[in-house]
Design a binder for this molecule. Structure first.
Ligand code: PMP
Length: 400
């Protein structure tokens, strides 16, 4: 300390932060109008604010006290019921309420990853998933992704090259963040087989699965192989209801629950009780399904508007994915030398925000791609945002 240095722990060098989360602060500092394609969040008008306000104003004994670390019993009961409505059999002893999906990811890597352990992730993948694995010292290996999700066939060669089996395989099977692609049934089955062979945990992160625009639901890992102890499922109400509630859950082998409780007790004791009770009442009164039916049509309209606007502005110079649900389009510039990281400041000045592709890779890949969230803006604002993106690119090209 004498030389003015702070006695930081070694692990701080593995705390890399999140470009996505930081965009909230970057945007809050701007004083001009910005079309927000950056954060993966529903727009305020698609959050059932009045109902949530009504439920959160209810008086309930113990509401402002501590609660059980594993979650409020009434919420756990509602989560089991919600899962059953979507064809997933689970049980109360498998559910642990978490402070958002992020805490579920933190718990997954905390329980299974020692420093130096191999963790396979999708390339590109959710920035914060990488950040969380790295915070426990994981050796993160990026595996390819295509229109059918994680290219599971590529894993054996990657693992052979790494010379050791992965402790965990981190996957986002539905409407992947950032690419929007969905893993095929065949690949889900193959992944379960490989995980069994290697003794790996599948960290099954699925915040978007209920946001499907058609009826072609693909069975999840826990439906293909019920009770498989190697599947650790991370879920959240952030995308289907409201992210500011910070309520999620983990569905995992019951033998893990005491460890999850112990980990939470060393972290936050319990998830916010007022927020848990608000979600419980919203679910118990049957509001989730009608809410989803209302927003899904609008999200689909927004996705179509964004794809059409991109096509009008850029034609074949960009490739955009066409997801069947979720929040994101992954846009790749095919025939130009656009560097989406370098473009960010120009785009922000032009009044549009997105997340550059490199944020989704530990290796700094995907510099020619970017992630756009279509969920936050109306079709009119989407048109405006894409027009601003086009202007930013034109400006950048003329000033090169
Ligand atoms: N996983 C993925 C794939 C996500 O997109 C997100 C939210 N952006 C999370 C986990 C974290 O969810 P929460 O906001 O509930 O912590």
């Amino acid at each position: 300390m004498s030389d003015g240095q702070l006695p930081l722990a070694h692990r701080t060098s593995d705390l890399i932060g999140s470009v996505i989360d930081s965009s909230t602060s970057v945007l809050a500092r701007q004083t001009h109008d910005i079309v927000r394609f950056a954060m993966g969040a529903p727009s305020d008008d698609l959050i059932p604010v009045d109902l949530l306000d009504e439920y959160s104003a209810r008086t309930v004994p113990g509401k402002y006290s501590y609660g059980r670390s594993e979650g409020e019993p009434a919420l756990v009961e509602q989560i089991v019921k919600l899962q059953a409505e979507h064809g997933i059999t689970t049980a109360e002893e498998r559910i642990t309420v978490t402070t958002g999906g992020m805490q579920g990811l933190d718990l997954a890597f905390k329980l299974f990853v020692d420093p130096g352990d191999l963790v396979i992730v999708e390339g590109p993948t959710y920035t914060n998933g990488n950040a969380t694995a790295l915070s426990y010292g994981a050796d993160v290996l990026e595996a390819p992704l295509d229109a059918d999700g994680l290219v599971v066939d590529a894993l054996p060669a990657l693992v052979a090259k790494a010379g050791r089996a992965p402790k965990a395989i981190y996957t986002i099977p539905n409407f992947q963040n950032p690419s929007g692609v969905t893993q095929s049934l065949r690949r889900r089955e193959q992944l379960l087989e490989l995980a069994a062979r290697w003794g790996s945990i599948i960290v099954d992160d699925d915040p978007y699965g209920l946001l499907r625009f058609n009826d072609n639901t693909i069975p999840g890992y826990s439906q293909i192989d019920p009770g498989n102890p190697q599947v650790f499922s991370v879920r959240t109400f952030s995308k289907i209801l409201a992210p500011g509630l910070r309520i999620g859950w983990v569905d995992s082998d019951p033998r893990l629950q005491q460890l999850l409780i112990n980990a939470k007790q060393a972290m936050d004791t319990c998830t916010s009780i007022p927020a848990q009770l608000t979600v419980t009442d919203f679910l118990a009164d049957g509001h989730l399904q009608p809410h989803l039916e209302r927003v899904l049509g609008l999200y689909r309209e927004r996705k179509d508007a964004m794809r059409a606007a991109l096509h009008r502005a850029f034609g074949d110079a960009v490739h955009a994915t066409d997801p069947d649900g979720g929040f994101f389009l992954w846009v790749t510039f095919t025939d130009s030398q656009v560097d989406t990281q370098a473009l960010f400041e120009t785009a922000l000045a032009a009044g549009v925000a997105y997340i550059p592709g490199t944020a989704f890779s530990v290796n700094g890949n995907f510099g020619e791609s970017l992630r756009l969230c279509f969920a936050t803006s109306t079709p009119e604002r989407i048109d405006e945002g894409v027009a601003r993106l086009k202007r930013a690119i034109d400006t950048a090209e003329t000033t090169k």
